[in-house]
Design a protein around this ligand. Structure first.
Ligand SMILES: *[C@@H]1O[C@H](CO)[C@@H](O)[C@H](O)[C@H]1NC(C)=O
Ligand SMILES: *[C@@H]1O[C@H](CO)[C@@H](O)[C@H](O)[C@H]1NC(C)=O
Ligand SMILES: *[C@@H]1O[C@H](CO)[C@@H](O)[C@H](O)[C@H]1NC(C)=O
Ligand SMILES: *[C@@H]1O[C@H](CO)[C@@H](O)[C@H](O)[C@H]1NC(C)=O
Ligand SMILES: *[C@@H]1O[C@H](CO)[C@@H](O)[C@H](O)[C@H]1NC(C)=O
Ligand SMILES: *[C@@H]1O[C@H](CO)[C@@H](O)[C@H](O)[C@H]1NC(C)=O
Ligand SMILES: *[C@@H]1O[C@H](CO)[C@@H](O)[C@H](O)[C@H]1NC(C)=O
Ligand SMILES: [Zn+2]
Length: 653
């Protein structure tokens, strides 16, 4: 039956002419549903804007009770709003696809009482405060043994700008990281005014950071989980892990994740074997470091053994040092941000806004305590902001490209109703900047940036590639591949804590180490029994309570999308069966308007469509695959095989 109401006569007539059933809902019902939808988006925007302002304050100012109280009040208000809005909206269920999706996205979260929300906000603020405002200090002393004896920690209240002459303090994660990457070890020794063994300093930094942040947060974290689970169960989930997983919209997420990890584990093991070989040669004095065993975690160049990039030169030295060229260019942070913007805009994607340049924070001011790379959507016309306490290393350039990827996604999705103004899921949100980063590391773009001489595009006589390609691939693999087991473990661990299959007693840390040892192949920096520790808390996203499996998935997605975009730029079609005329790591997307249009088309959908559709647009496939990643590193894998053969290395541990 074709009922035509006056108010929508034109649309209905068209549908009638097409022979379509218009709707069996009465028109007043339809109007009411539309009104609900519009009002919901309007109100959501205001709430999101307020929340973004609070979050911005709390990431740029020291943790103060006032802000925590504000955040807590807003969270309570938003929860009330959600409940009433959802129950009104549910009256019009089965309305149309986009309406139903909006309703589902809005109403699928855990439901909490006001008291629970206040407790959670406080607990979370406490965890974050420990992480971001802790100083690891040491009384200057020349004696290796005394380094430990004279170590102490300063928490929030004790932070001050005046130090006693004898004390040397490292401020939070950023300073600790610079020790772990060995960047500031010479400075540290200098300030301590004596000679010390590097390995000893690394081990000290690794252990003292875990001692400073782990034990103080364990109990609060346990309480937080309990409260989160209560809310999750109230809305029909088994536990908060299930709520987290639902966000990704992959019903068989756990299977997908395990399969992807098994696909790449052999590659990780090869890289691990080669790195272990070179590290053993470099640190013969480290005890209990077997050639067929796990690698001591503090030697790998970062706090979590997830980024081994700094080891590149000790494995495959090359006359071109891209890192050095970056630093020597003396780019200011703002100039680096301009270079990143230039990449995106060369493809026809939008330039950063006036607000962005006015309100972002690019450098670590003395009074900014929290420095984690952040991209903020303020839900206010054109107000997008970035925090990056960048120096001018290549890794800083990565952080900038990554955060800008988030902002580009926000900008393009801004034409959607508020509820859809985000990535299709969090993994895609993380993958955009990483894809562009891979393209920006192509030799031809490095030449364009002035960090590489064009003679390095020429193949060596017996191969299509040259030595630089291999050293570049090794460098990229050392940042991307070790991140895989780590990001796999982070949520594997939390899912099991959440659903209670791992207890919160002595099992908690032992299970974490079981995963690290068996999957990542690393072992603690010292022989001290770690049962009483809580080492996962040494990672930002843990105390920040941010899910991590999105980064695992984004890692695969970025290679997959790179391949799709690359085919688009060369052949005009992501689905082509033609093979690229060059290896994937040489794909430079700079200036490709075609690629920009395709990205624009996919990202503009925001969250309004399921991720499979977005992946289909970008790659021609609707499944996450490990194949492009494995293909990208294929030349490197051959090289690793040769090294393994030559030195008769054991693979695995
Ligand atoms: C579905 O409903 C929403 C909200 O009422 C409305 O804005 C949208 O235009 C509708 N979509 C279609 C395809 O009818
Ligand atoms: C909230 O925290 C207080 C103080 O720690 C505690 O007594 C209370 O039981 C908690 N309430 C809920 C619902 O978790
Ligand atoms: C550091 O030195 C100060 C005095 O200079 C002393 O009071 C303090 O106990 C020392 N701390 C440690 C952990 O050695
Ligand atoms: C730090 O310095 C300020 C003045 O510069 C002084 O008032 C304060 O007492 C000092 N604090 C400590 C702990 O020495
Ligand atoms: C960068 O700064 C250093 C030291 O200030 C200087 O020696 C070098 O020439 C500068 N490099 C460029 C490219 O400006
Ligand atoms: C930090 O210092 C700058 C100037 O040094 C000032 O403009 C800014 O307001 C300060 N921020 C905070 C949060 O105190
Ligand atoms: C590039 O490298 C070639 C060969 O090493 C050298 O002859 C040439 O001068 C270099 N060009 C620049 C601009 O550095
Ligand atoms: Zn991100």
């Amino acid at each position: 039956m074709c009922v035509v109401f006056v108010s929508s006569i034109f649309a209905s007539l068209v549908l009638c002419l097409l022979g379509l059933e218009v709707t069996n809902q009465a028109q007043p019902e339809v109007d009411a549903a539309n009104r609900w939808f519009d009002q919901m988006n309007l109100e959501l925007k205001l709430l999101n804007h307020e929340a973004a302002e609070d979050a911005w304050q709390s990431s740029t100012l020291p943790t103060e009770t006032v802000i925590v109280e504000k955040i807590s009040q807003l969270a309570v208000r938003k929860a009330h709003w959600e409940r009433t809005t959802c129950s009104r909206g549910q009256r019009y269920g089965d309305f149309n696809a986009s309406f139903d999706r909006a309703l589902n996205l809005l109403c699928r979260s855990a439901r909490h009482t006001d008291e629970e929300i206040r407790n959670m906000t406080k607990l979370l603020a406490y965890l974050q405060e420990i992480y971001t405002e802790t100083e690891v200090c040491v009384n200057r002393s020349c004696d290796d043994d005394k380094l430990w004896k004279s170590t102490f920690f300063k928490y929030h209240e004790q932070v001050s700008n005046n130090f006693s002459v004898n004390e040397l303090c490292l401020f939070g994660e950023p300073d600790m990281e610079r020790i772990m990457s060995r960047e500031t070890i010479p400075l540290f020794k200098d300030k301590m005014n004596c000679m010390m063994n590097d390995q000893h300093i690394l081990s000290w930094a690794w252990q003292s950071w875990r001692l400073a942040v782990g034990p103080p947060v364990k109990e609060s974290y346990h309480s937080l989980i309990q409260v989160m689970n209560v809310g999750a169960r109230r809305s029909g989930f088994q536990d908060i892990g299930e709520v987290w997983r639902a966000e990704l919209e992959m019903p068989n997420l756990r299977e997908i994740v395990s399969r992807l990890w098994l696909d790449v584990k052999p590659l990780y093991q090869k890289l691990h074997a080669v790195v272990r070989h070179f590290l053993k040669k470099k640190y013969p004095e480290v005890k209990n470091f077997q050639s067929g065993g796990q690698i001591p975690a503090h030697l790998l160049g970062d706090m979590w053994s997830q980024n081994w990039e700094t080891l590149t030169a000790s494995i495959l030295p090359h006359e071109v040092d891209i890192d050095r060229n970056f630093r020597n260019s003396n780019c200011s942070s703002e100039q680096m941000v301009r270079k990143a913007e230039d990449f995106y805009s060369s493809m026809g994607l939008p330039m950063m806004t006036e607000s962005f340049w006015k309100k972002s924070i690019f450098e670590r001011a003395h009074n900014i305590t929290k420095c984690h790379g952040t991209a903020a959507n303020m839900y206010d016309a054109g107000d997008f902001r970035m925090i990056t306490c960048a120096g001018n290393s290549m890794n800083d350039f990565y952080v900038i490209l990554h955060e800008m990827g988030h902002i580009i996604y926000y900008m393009l999705a801004a034409n959607q109703p508020t509820v859809f103004q985000d990535g299709t899921n969090s993994a895609f949100q993380e993958a955009v900047g990483d894809t562009i980063h891979l393209a920006a590391l192509s030799p031809s773009h490095l030449i364009r940036l002035g960090f590489l001489n064009s003679s390095y595009l020429k193949p060596d006589s017996d191969d299509n590639l040259n030595r630089f390609d291999y050293s570049l691939l090794l460098k990229i693999s050392l940042t991307k591949i070790p991140a895989l087991p780590f990001s796999y473990i982070m949520d594997q661990y939390r899912w099991n804590l959440f659903d209670g299959s791992i207890g919160f007693d002595s099992d908690a840390n032992n299970y974490f180490w079981y995963l690290l040892e068996s999957e990542q192949g690393i072992r603690p920096a010292s022989e001290i029994d770690r049962t009483g520790f809580f080492d996962a808390a040494a990672k930002y996203h843990f105390t920040d309570n941010t899910p991590y499996v999105r980064y695992f998935l984004a890692n695969f997605l970025s290679f997959q999308i790179l391949e799709g975009l690359c085919k688009k730029s060369i052949f005009g079609d992501v689905k082509t069966t033609q093979t690229l005329p060059f290896p994937l790591h040489r794909c430079d997307l700079y200036g490709s308007k075609r690629v920009g249009r395709l990205l624009g088309k996919a990202l503009k959908l925001g969250r309004s469509q399921h991720w499979t559709l977005v992946l289909e647009i970008l790659t021609g496939s609707s499944e996450i695959s490990s194949r492009p990643l494995i293909k990208y590193f294929a030349p490197l894998t051959e090289m690793l095989d040769k090294i393994i053969d030559e030195w008769q290395l054991t693979v695995g541990w």
